[in-house]
Design a protein around this ligand. Structure first.
Ligand code: F58
Length: 801
């Protein structure tokens, strides 16, 4: 799979004469599309619809990607540079076709070819692709942006993940306003973007028993074995031939099903083990910033980690280098604690399978791993019960206890007789049952730990990891500020703005697209009225495009001259969609109290919400229901027509984001201070966070915010449907109010007033918008990935010519 330097068999010239190059000629593009219509998807010209055309085009584009993919992998094999691997349980990729065409620089050529074949509306074909929604939110989308940047920056970087058969659930809204979940069988329509590799497979063991031999080694045997099979997704860089790999593992039973039981007529029993194997990669856990302690989740984590490490060590062995040099060729980044089992797994491979002495194995292991933390919320930190671990991964539990033993000895040596400190720092949390603290295991197993924004990294150092900073010193704890890919989030989703930027900065799109700091060049045009007008026109067109989508899908007409005020992100109490909707109700009550003349002066708004709630998250689902029922009342009220519209856009996804974000005027990032690790959608909107200092006052709601007290009263009285439904939500605000909604309510209203005032001055608003975009350069994921490459992985670009 990685390519060979010498031709293994046959005549080299015959092989070479059959090799194809990337298709760039219009005629060869149409030829290749027709070829795929006829053979790959087995259809005739007269019975081809949009979906069929999309697929034939996708296969044709895939051919190009694979040519580049093969050449890139061959180059990496030949040059044998140090490689980095990004282990992430989520890759929230969205659609691929448009992105691949833009990265290859072939979009126009394919558009022309499609037109010749009778498909005038290329965007319609693009939109018939289903999202690959193999992630929950920020963490998964970050992984997708990072592999895009890895390829664009020509880094030898691979992603490893799971091939979930069902991605993030499909969200519908029922007539009473509640979220209803439906499965997302995204693979039912075949997936042209993956290459099945039945030849790349590994057996992964679960359960069984571990028997110690000597001080540090053991033999792990018995239990269940499941086969991990590779599916490769080519990841094209932007305007480079470099094409990296995202390898996703699928679970298969070791050998079909049990023929004896089948022949004896016991069909259930015959397929039992094959079902349990295949269940492993069936579905993505839909929780965001919340830990679920399910055995199947831990199985997913180990299955994916073990297969990835087996693959990485096999590739390393092909180099013929001794294991003492492993870290000179391999860097592995742990995307949160989900792959932390990789630490004991690599120790197991080194010690049990490769006969490396324990201390040396531990030294190498620490040099290989880096760990990225994405949250300081206590409920999101992973902890696994020891009994569950003992049952599922007995050998790994031994290794963890051994590691903990020597780690605590070192702590004891540094701070003798400090029992509290030992209890705090132990990898094992005491109690019945005991728990394994995965974040601590990730810290001791890595050479470097990072947070995802300056403030967050500082909180990591001073709160959850304070003891570890004292122990290891501060240099082990760094920061890499998140970034997003400007290809998808500007060039692809906002072609109008992309063209205007290119035209303004002079000619060549790739110049700024691959060096986003160049956007600063826009500032010298900021006072040019013609430029300001074009900038505002792009926004208006994006609003019209989005309004059209809303009219088609929801049957609601939007006033495109209104201020589009957007909050799209997972539903979570700490993100405070509650603050927003309570503010909307306040706005509604205020407008209702005005006379016609006063109403005419109100700045019109469209308030848009979007995002999924974890299916078991009661309070988040209640907020969705409240938003929808508030929307129903406001949108039906003639007094509010054209002045205030509220919408919950169902099934928020990467594709919906691509339409919605370019249409927004402001974006709300109003989480309680210190709770949102970084936020990345804020970067997509290029708008600032609103942050305040909070203090909790245990006083009555009426005292804290009379305005909010009125809003809560109105909800309770049933203005938006049966008020009693919302009592649990209202109670969290009246009493408790852990996320400080009532403390911030009045200043939130003040901030919203400032927004209204600012929006009325059109010229200064456009200038603010231009400045925001111009200063976005730092938040490119290219900058972020190069930061990892240089400071964390020590890898360098390897360019394919
Ligand atoms: C997010 N975490 C952070 N976790 O909340 C956000 O501030 C940050 O910008 C982003 O990571 C990228 O660093 C997040 O999305 C999850 O969704 C996990 C999924 C698996 C279970 C635990 C939460």
């Amino acid at each position: 799979e990685d390519g060979k330097e010498v031709w293994p068999r046959g005549q080299e010239s015959v092989w070479k004469s059959g090799l194809r190059a990337v298709e760039t000629e219009e005629t060869s593009i149409t030829k290749s599309i027709v070829h795929h219509v006829q053979t790959t998807i087995a259809r005739q010209a007269y019975n081809i619809d949009e979906e069929g055309a999309y697929r034939a085009i996708a296969y044709s584009v895939r051919d190009n990607l694979i040519v580049n993919w093969n050449d890139t992998q061959m180059l990496y094999t030949r040059k044998a540079p140090k490689r980095a691997y990004y282990l992430s349980l989520e890759f929230l990729m969205g659609r691929t076709l448009d992105n691949a065409l833009l990265n290859l620089g072939l979009k126009e050529d394919y558009q022309k070819a499609a037109r010749k074949l009778g498909f005038e509306d290329f965007e319609e074909l693009v939109e018939s692709e289903r999202d690959a929604a193999l992630g929950n939110g920020g963490l998964g989308r970050l992984a997708a942006c990072y592999i895009d940047s890895g390829a664009t920056c020509e880094l030898p970087l691979w992603g490893y993940g799971l091939r979930y058969h069902y991605g993030m659930f499909w969200q519908q809204i029922s007539t009473d306003g509640s979220q209803v979940e439906a499965p997302d069988p995204w693979l039912n329509h075949a997936n042209p973007w993956e290459v099945h590799r039945p030849d790349v497979s590994y057996l992964v063991r679960f359960y069984g028993h571990a028997e110690r031999i000597g001080d540090s080694k053991a033999i792990w045997s018995g239990g269940q074995e499941v086969m991990a099979v590779a599916y490769d997704v080519p990841i094209p860089g932007s305007y480079t031939r470099n094409t990296n790999n995202l390898r996703l593992w699928d679970a298969k039973p070791k050998r079909g099903f049990d023929l004896n039981s089948f022949n004896a007529g016991d069909y259930e029993k015959a397929v039992e083990s094959s079902n349990s194997a295949e269940a492993l990669t069936r579905v993505l856990y839909p929780n965001d910033n919340h830990m679920v302690g399910k055995e199947l989740r831990l199985k997913q984590q180990y299955f994916w980690t073990a297969a990835s490490l087996a693959d990485i060590t096999r590739r390393f062995k092909q180099l013929g280098e001794p294991f003492s040099k492993f870290h000179e060729y391999v860097a592995i980044q742990l995307n949160d604690t989900h792959p932390t089992i990789a630490v004991p797994e690599l120790m197991r491979i080194f010690v049990d399978e490769e006969d490396i002495p324990w201390d040396q194995a531990w030294e190498i292991t620490q040099k290989v791993f880096g760990y990225t933390n994405h949250t300081v919320l206590p409920e999101a930190l992973e902890k696994w019960p020891v009994p569950l671990f003992q049952h599922l991964l007995p050998r790994h539990l031994q290794i963890i206890f051994d590691l903990n033993h020597s780690f605590l000895q070192a702590v004891e040596k540094k701070w003798p007789n400090d029992r509290d400190r030992l209890t705090r720092m132990s990898l094992i949390q005491e109690g019945f049952p005991q728990y394994i603290r995965m974040a601590y295991l990730a810290v001791i197993g890595s050479h470097k730990v990072n947070g995802v924004a300056e403030l967050h990294s500082e909180l990591v150092r001073t709160t959850i990891m304070k003891d570890f900073v004292d122990f290891y010193g501060p240099s082990k704890f760094g920061n890499v500020t998140n970034g997003i890919t400007p290809r998808r989030w500007l060039d692809q989703c906002n072609p109008g703005l992309s063209s205007l930027i290119t035209e303004t900065l002079g000619g060549d799109k790739t110049k700024w697209l691959k060096d986003l700091s160049k956007l600063e060049g826009l500032l010298s045009h900021i006072d040019d009225p013609a430029f300001q007008k074009k900038w505002a026109d792009v926004k208006l067109q994006n609003k019209q495009r989005f309004a059209q989508f809303i009219e088609q899908t929801m049957g609601v007409k939007l006033n495109t001259s209104a201020l589009f005020d957007v909050q799209v992100k997972r539903l979570h109490e700490y993100k405070r969609q509650s603050l927003n909707i309570l503010g909307v109700i306040h706005r509604y009550l205020t407008i209702k109290s005005l006379n016609a003349e006063e109403r005419a002066k109100v700045v019109p708004r469209v308030v848009l919400f979007g995002g999924k709630a974890a299916p078991g998250y009661y309070m988040a689902k209640l907020v969705i229901r409240l938003i929808n029922n508030v929307a129903k009342v406001i949108n039906a009220d003639p007094d509010l027509q054209g002045i205030l519209t509220v919408l919950f856009v169902p099934d928020y996804s990467v594709s919906v984001a691509e339409l919605l974000i370019p249409a927004s005027d402001i974006s709300e990032h109003i989480s309680t201070a210190g709770t949102e690790a970084s936020g990345t959608s804020n970067m997509k909107f290029c708008f600032e966070d609103l942050r305040y200092n909070h203090q909790y006052h245990p006083t009555s709601l009426e005292e804290r915010s009379p305005a909010l007290a009125v809003v809560c009263k109105v909800i309770a009285e049933g203005r938006f449907g049966d008020g009693s439904i919302y009592e649990p939500f209202l109670n969290t605000i009246r009493t408790g109010d852990y996320y400080l909604v009532s403390d911030d309510f009045d200043s939130y209203l003040e901030a919203q007033k400032m927004v209204d005032t600012a929006y009325q001055d059109k010229v200064s608003w456009v200038k603010k918008s231009i400045t925001t975009t111009a200063k976005m350069g730092k938040f490119s994921s290219d900058r972020a990935i190069m930061n990892y490459a240089e400071e964390y992985w020590n890898i360098e670009p390897v360019k394919l010519n």
